[in-house]
Write a protein that binds this ligand. Structure first.
Ligand code: MN3
Length: 208
């Protein structure tokens, strides 16, 4: 069984004006699709093609050395983007809701304080990567960042290990058509697209 590209859960224009339709279409149909294609090429005919993607990227040490980089980059890309589409949505933004709102206040003092940390992590990530809010080893929310398509589930690879409940793509392909070199502007605007119901669902699932 091969990994498959999940459909965008809304129209490509649904996140405008925060993210333009052309960026969404290229990002999903081309970039994410390429990660899926390359991941499948790497794991075809191995036991790894039947693993759940989160389990696969959390166990890169089990992948043979000659395939590990391909699985790390493309498996990470597949997981990261599958999450990214889900935690955004039309009519998103505003203040966090539900249980995650309380956890944010506990960990960071306020939503604004958390946003500032995430935006700083994203703006400070040299080159391409992601900024994340994770449930860390101590069970509390924390902000971290990874290069390339690395993911906090990756042991010994990610800057900090944990379960992401939210992540923002800071590769240029995520924002360049609309924001050009202004990554901080993209990050500041991005929160208007966040689907807090979806983030709450991830938070609940991660806590078990
Ligand atoms: Mn991307």
């Amino acid at each position: 069984m091969a990994f498959t590209l999940p459909p965008l859960p809304y129209e490509p224009a649904a996140l405008e004006p925060t993210i333009d339709a052309q960026t969404m279409t290229i990002h999903h149909d081309k970039h994410h699709n390429t990660y899926v294609t390359n991941l499948n090429a790497a794991v075809q005919g191995t036991e790894f093609e039947n693993m759940e993607i989160g389990e696969l990227i959390a166990n890169l040490d089990r992948v043979p050395a000659e395939k590990r980089t391909a699985v790390r980059n493309n498996g990470g890309g597949h997981w990261n983007h599958s999450m990214f589409w889900q935690i955004m949505g039309p009519g998103g933004g505003g203040a966090p809701t539900g249980e995650v709102a309380q956890a944010i206040d506990q960990a960071f003092g306020s939503f604004d304080a958390m946003k500032e940390q995430v935006n700083k992590a994203g703006a400070g990530r040299f080159g391409s990567g992601w900024a994340w809010v994770i449930i860390g080893a101590d069970g509390a929310l924390a902000v971290t960042s990874t290069p390339n398509q690395d993911n906090p589930l990756m042991t010994g690879v990610a800057e900090q290990t944990g379960t992401p409940i939210l992540g923002v793509d800071v590769w240029e392909h995520a924002y360049y058509l609309k924001y050009q070199n202004r990554r901080p502007d993209y990050l500041a605007a991005w929160w208007d697209a966040v689907n807090w119901d979806a983030v709450n669902e991830r938070f609940r699932q991660a806590r078990g």
